[in-house]
Design a binder for this molecule. Structure first.
Ligand SMILES: [Fe+2]
Length: 156
């Protein structure tokens, strides 16, 4: 269904909408993984890791909304359904059950690393097609890399 007219050409729109949809899926899953670990973390560093994980949830939720609404603004329907997220996320599933604090930190280092790699690919793919969307990906990558640094420092 045609609803919102895009300012981009069809070719550029295809490139950018793929990148935005991929980012949406990764960020929704990141918010879910961080909450799962937030609820299940155990160990002497419980409190600091538990609170730190909610900071990642907030960042992931905020940015998932930004990329979804950027897609809408370009005339592309965003798809944040659970089945779509499960099928397309770049983050490996975390095991069920309690998570030792050092493993929780390791899980977030891995999850953030996976999303950052894919987000940097989106930065590279969208510069010519739509620098406005690229700017969004750059801002998201900076935020994720900050959290990636802090989790790596936690397990050093
Ligand atoms: Fe909580």
């Amino acid at each position: 269904m045609y609803v919102v007219k895009s300012p981009l050409s069809d070719t550029d729109l295809r490139t950018v909408s793929e990148a935005l949809q991929g980012a949406l899926v990764d960020l929704v899953d990141l918010s879910l993984v961080a909450k799962q670990v937030h609820w299940n973390v155990v160990g002497p560093r419980f409190r600091s890791v538990h609170l730190q994980l909610d900071e990642v949830v907030d960042v992931a939720r905020t940015h998932s909304d930004t990329v979804a609404e950027r897609a809408s603004a370009l005339g592309v329907s965003p798809d944040g359904r659970a089945s779509t997220v499960a099928a397309g996320s770049g983050i490996s599933a975390v095991p069920a059950g309690w998570v030792k604090d050092s493993d929780a930190v390791g899980a977030l280092v891995a999850a953030l690393g996976a999303v950052i790699t894919r987000m940097r690919e989106r930065v590279g793919a969208t510069g010519d097609a739509d620098p406005v969307s690229q700017d969004i990906f750059i801002g998201i990558t900076a935020d994720l890399e900050k959290h990636h640094w802090m989790f790596q420092a936690e397990n050093a």
